[in-house]
Design a protein. Sequence first.
Length: 405
Amino acid sequence: MARAHGSALKTVEAVWRMESARIVGALARYTRDFPLAEDVAQEALAEALVSWERDGEPADPVGWLLSTARRRAIDAFRRRSALDQRYQEIAINAEMSVETPWDPDRIDDDILALIFIACHPVLAAEARVALTLRTVGGLSSEEIARAFLVPIPTIQARITRAKKTIAAAKVPFELPPAEERRQRLGGVLSVLYVIFTGGSQLQKPELAYESIRLARMLAALLPDEPEAHSLVALFELTAARFPARTGPDGEPILLADQDRRRWDFSAIRRGLAALGHAAAKGRGLGPYGLQAAIAACHASAASVDKTDWDRIVLLYEALGRVAPSPVVELNRAVAVAMATGPAEALAIVDKLDIPGSHLVPTVRGELLSRLGRNDEARAELEIAARLCPNVRERSVLLGKARRLG
């Protein structure tokens, strides 16, 4: 039974957000052509906006979209068959079948295959992010552009190029073999990590929460992969602090000054449970697992003073061995400062250089301030402020520099 008119747009948006991965995945398996599947899905959405507003929303919105997209795919096959003999058989078989592409026994495989295609190594990093959010996450080009503060045409161009690249590379719509899947899982996880950190750094919580949803989906599809659970844990434990990290005017609040009563303790419980799942696999913690364990130390502490900083130092040392980077070493220095004092930490920071970043002078300024070297601290904080891309953070840094005299 159709529902009342006037809510078609909201229904289309809601159905697409929740079911886009299943819809595109089923269509890609049906058509054996990922770019075509994404195109006909978008055409079905456009048709739904008109049809559902005019005739009322169908009792089975997903089935309606799949059937409509299937007809569009058959039309495309007919057009292609005139140019390419290979499509004639596909077009004939598609016309003879009356079933929709939806196969309940293949849904999980379809979604997993879709994720691996959207994150395929033939694509540039920014294209993987845009395509994943579009096809797996169900976000519109406008939403993606708004989240990453780039023009809409830029996102649209990235998605178009990505689909053309996949088509040109003849990437098949299928699950990679188990060994290749394990090799490529890191690339998939890194895409979700980029989406989450982008949402966190840009203070776009809706983007971060979307990456959490996708990470949960991936962990459910790959229950034996500890790093998939570790990524969920890291996201949940980090996002738990979101409600307390900004003041009423949007100014950033550092961890030491946050009201921990405002943390999301449900997210903390979910994060700790996911970390437990990862640890239970008995294969040791990888880079995301170690970061999640560090986040768990913070989430479990009643205050900064009661945080197990010695354990955090050890975890950063382990992380530095499996995923070395200047940022990891900088964070280790911060932990060392809390565990044993600023002098030892400053010796670590003085060896670091992250060109163009405000992070090193920010930490160096804080450590120099704690050591009473105020003139040097002020100069470092002023350098950090000049390099900082965030207006509110820049204001905080300048305020600290002024208070040093």
